[in-house]
Ligand binder design. Structure first.
Ligand code: NAD
Length: 513
């Protein structure tokens, strides 16, 4: 890990001597808050990071505001060229950054690499986009007039991100924001501050090599209090916040109170509907990967399986059998399927959810437990669990960020399953497993899934960068990444030009002087 950190320009290594989970402390006489970043993989302290003070924040926002003035004047395709170079640097650093993601966050090395690949992909997407920031032209109702719309850069974009995608979410925002002419300030999760520093070091190199101001990409570190510097700051027209619904509700109100824009990517409670026409083998792969991948800590993780009663026992048995084959352990070891939860607090929430589901009348058919012993010293490794439950249980209505899967039964038509699926507060990802065209189309229709993502014969987990990503209801309504998600990073202007010597008014109004 020393080599990984050094390659990514991180020097302040406190080599693992003590074990614990991320915490704040203050550093001696200067009272500087320090975040100590511990790895959930082995529980060891990786490094200490200085949190951003209000005074430092002012320096950062000044640098960003100044950088915006020159960056917005760089032609968009040239901004795209900078993002292309950034994508190339990410290719060079793919293995090291992927390893750091795995070690600091706890997802598998393969998923760490996948996350960096997503960053590379969004850079490629943004390079093409830099020549396609199109507006429309419209026909004016007035003779000798031309009307069109154009998109201008917005300004400083504030990014607040969650621990579970410690690098990709930042790049989904920044790659687009930069080609749109914006500059960015990022507050990564206080649970993964080193991933933030590594990314900042990579882009800083690109900016330096091109003689561009460092304020184009800024990093601040700390917990929600540092996030609040941005949410309350009228100099930041857009806040893009990824995290829990609880956080999103606070951030949305803070930003709305100053009439800023917010882009919210919040919690999910994702379900797969399994109909009598489902391919069982595909269902099992999709459901097991969806529920145990990243130890159930993806916003798109599968939380609920809604299975038709006629195939319920068959599907249940196949999934229970698949769970028996799961290896739980160090995520950097590629033979393991499930790594640790982010910290011991998350383990507490996992235990609590298991207790609650039983209390509400659920039946644990694959019991959970916290693993101890050699290789599990961090205290963050848990056994993925499955409970038979009912859709209305409070615990089933909630998102628990852990590998717990609820099996729910439905009878009759697919509409009944869609009702169960939609009857939760969240609306992120959804899927149906069926070979029946009518069922699939019903699921995708206006009366079907109410989620931002609706898949047929694919699980709920994961998405491609080419589509707009996000969800409805308590998931926050924001869209990031592909399609036309770029528009939120720009301000739209409608322009009308009169090329005659007359001044006709709109709607035929006469105003003679
Ligand atoms: P969290 O809400 O605890 O924290 C997310 C970020 O918000 C952190 O950087 C945190 O410091 C900051 N924050 C918290 N309160 C704040 C406040 N009042 N003002 C400003 N900033 C504040 O979430 P987490 O535990 O890191 O991540 C897990 C959650 O994120 C899950 O609910 C998951 O579904 C969600 N998530 C959603 C998406 C999506 O795209 N929809 C993607 C990833 C994660």
């Amino acid at each position: 890990i020393r080599t990984v950190l050094n390659t990514l320009g991180i020097e302040s290594l406190n080599e693992g001597t003590s074990t614990g989970t991320n915490s704040f402390s203050t550093n001696g006489s200067d009272n500087v808050p320090i975040i100590e970043s511990y790895s959930p993989v082995d529980g060891l302290l990786i490094a200490s990071v200085v949190a951003t003070s209000k005074k430092d924040y002012e320096t950062v926002i000044d640098a960003a505001t100044a950088a915006f003035k020159s960056w917005r004047m760089v032609p968009a395709p040239q901004r795209g060229e900078i993002v292309r170079q950034f994508g190339d640097k990410l290719r060079d650093h793919k293995e090291t950054l992927g390893k750091l993601v795995s070690y600091e966050m706890g997802k598998s090395y393969q998923e760490g690499l996948g996350e960096v690949q997503e960053m590379i992909d969004i850079c490629d997407f943004a390079v093409g986009l830099s020549r396609q920031l199109h507006g429309l032209t419209m026909h004016s109702e007035r003779p000798g007039h031309r009307m069109y719309e154009q998109y201008h850069p917005l300004g400083v974009v504030g990014i607040i991100s969650a621990f579970n995608f410690p690098v990709a979410v930042w790049s989904w925002n920044t790659a687009l924001a930069w080609v749109c002419g914006d500059v960015c300030i990022w507050k990564p999760s206080e649970k993964t501050p080193l991933c933030g520093i590594a990314c900042q070091n990579i882009i800083a190199e690109v900016l330096k090599e091109n003689g561009l101001p460092e304020g184009v990409s800024c990093l601040i570190n700390g917990d929600y209090k540092v996030g609040e510097f941005m949410t309350k700051d009228t100099r930041i027209p857009l806040i893009s916040a990824t995290g829990s619904t609880r956080m999103g509700k606070i951030v949305a109100q803070e930003v709305a109170a100053r009439l800023g824009k917010s882009l919210l990517e919040l919690g999910g409670n994702n379900a797969i509907i399994v109909t009598p026409d489902a391919d069982i083998k595909m269902t099992v792969i999709g459901a097991v990967f969806g529920s145990v991948g990243t130890a159930g800590q993806r916003c798109t993780s599968t939380r609920r399986l809604i299975i038709h009663e006629s195939i319920y026992n068959k599907v249940k048995q196949a999934i229970v059998d698949a769970y028996k084959q799961l290896n739980i352990g160090n995520p950097l070891d590629e033979t393991n399927h499930v790594g640790p939860l982010i910290d011991t607090e998350a383990v507490g929430m996992y235990n609590n959810a298991l207790e609650r589901v039983v209390k509400e009348g659920g039946n644990l058919i694959v019991e959970g437990k916290v693993l101890t012993g050699k290789g599990y010293e961090s205290g963050c490794y848990v056994k993925p669990a499955i409970a038979e439950a009912e859709a209305h249980f409070n615990i089933v209505q909630d998102e628990t960020f852990a590998p717990i899967l609820y099996l729910l039964k439905y009878a009759g038509d697919v509409e009944n399953a869609i009702d169960i699926q939609n009857n939760v507060a969240q609306g992120l990802s959804s899927a149906i497993m069926t070979n029946n065209l009518r069922e699939a189309e019903r699921f995708l229709s206006h009366a079907g899934s109410d989620c931002g993502i609706a898949n047929v014969n694919i699980g709920t987990s994961g998405a491609e960068i080419g589509g707009a990503f996000g969800g409805e209801k308590d998931t926050g309504g924001g869209r990031e990444s592909g399609s036309d998600a770029w528009k939120i990073y720009m301000r739209r202007q409608t322009n009308t030009i009169n090329y005659t010597a007359e001044l006709p008014l709109a709607q035929g109004i006469k105003f003679d002087l």
